[in-house]
Design a protein around this ligand. Structure first.
Ligand code: APR
Length: 259
């Protein structure tokens, strides 16, 4: 069994040697910012039924839609004042080192951009919760504006422009992922030389195909997670630990190696 120090040292060497790093993030990278994950011990799916979060239920059941909008006004799915944590900033440091080929994220919290990663290097496979989108005319409205309508007594917001059905702009189970984002994420995962997975169980597809594309085309795989993931046995380096504690140490050591 390799010690944590040895694993961190090995991961730092891989970062130092790499030129095109894809960082694949899941909800575990944002828990230290106060945003709950889904399948961890206190995860959202231990409190809510994921079956209520399918696009089919949303479209067919008005009560499900009303429940969704009520949840969004709470502070679990959207933590309004959430700030990036050291894991996010460590990834931004890879961008400053000229090594970040992209962040492929399942998260909808926008914290990678808030931590200073360039918009064109963040690929949000599951959309994001910053806006709601009209399913009729595709107009988008800032989610805070929609939350204002809900606070004013609206129980199911509709599009002010065409009165169509509004939906939070995150991808629901059973819904197509944004095609261009998916294609670009796949392309970059195939062309990276190192894929670092941070805070994901790697159980949701097609998002979880990205680390597989990377290793199939010869990239190394580093997984940093608290608890098991579905791809632990494929990892070159597997580190059990908190993203906000481990990632900054890896990046700091990598910087010392490239000096
Ligand atoms: N550091 C490292 N790992 C952490 C941390 C942390 N600070 N906090 C939580 N974790 C781990 C959890 O133990 C869990 O193994 O991160 C993992 C998060 O996994 P999930 O909750 O399954 O989240 P994710 O993999 O992003 O889920 C994928 O599923 O519900 C859908 O659309 C939703 O995008 C989401 C997708």
């Amino acid at each position: 069994m390799k010690t944590l120090e040895h694993q961190i040292e090995e991961a730092a060497r891989l970062v130092a040697e790499s030129k095109r790093i894809i960082v694949f993030t899941g909800a575990g990278v944002s828990t230290e910012s106060g945003i709950p994950d889904f399948r961890g011990p206190e995860g959202l799916w231990s409190k809510y039924d994921p079956e209520d979060f399918t696009i089919e239920r949303f479209l067919s059941d008005r009560d499900v839609r009303k429940k969704h909008w009520q949840l969004l006004t709470g502070n679990e799915f959207i933590v309004a004042d959430a700030k990036p944590n050291p894991a996010h900033y460590a990834i931004t440091a890879l961008q400053e080192m000229g090594k970040l080929y992209g962040i492929v994220t399942q998260n909808v919290d926008g914290l990678h951009q808030k931590a200073g990663v360039l918009e064109n290097l963040v690929f949000q496979l599951h959309g994001d919760l910053s806006h709601a989108k009209c399913l009729g005319c595709s107009c988008r409205y800032p989610i805070e504006e929609v939350k204002g309508w809900l606070a004013g007594g609206v129980d199911e917001p509709e599009c002010p422009s065409c009165r169509g059905m509004l939906k939070p702009d995150a991808v629901f189970f059973g819904e197509q992922l944004p095609f261009e984002v998916l294609m670009e994420s796949e392309q970059r995962s195939r062309n990276c030389d190192l894929c670092i997975v941070l805070g994901s169980t790697l159980v949701v597809y097609p998002a979880a195909t990205m680390p597989l594309h990377a290793i199939r085309t010869g990239a190394k795989l580093v997984i940093i997670n608290m608890g098991p993931t579905a791809m632990d046995e494929l990892a070159t380096v597997r580190i059990e630990g908190k993203a906000g504690e481990v990632m900054p140490v890896i990046v700091k050591k990598a910087k010392e190696k490239v000096r």
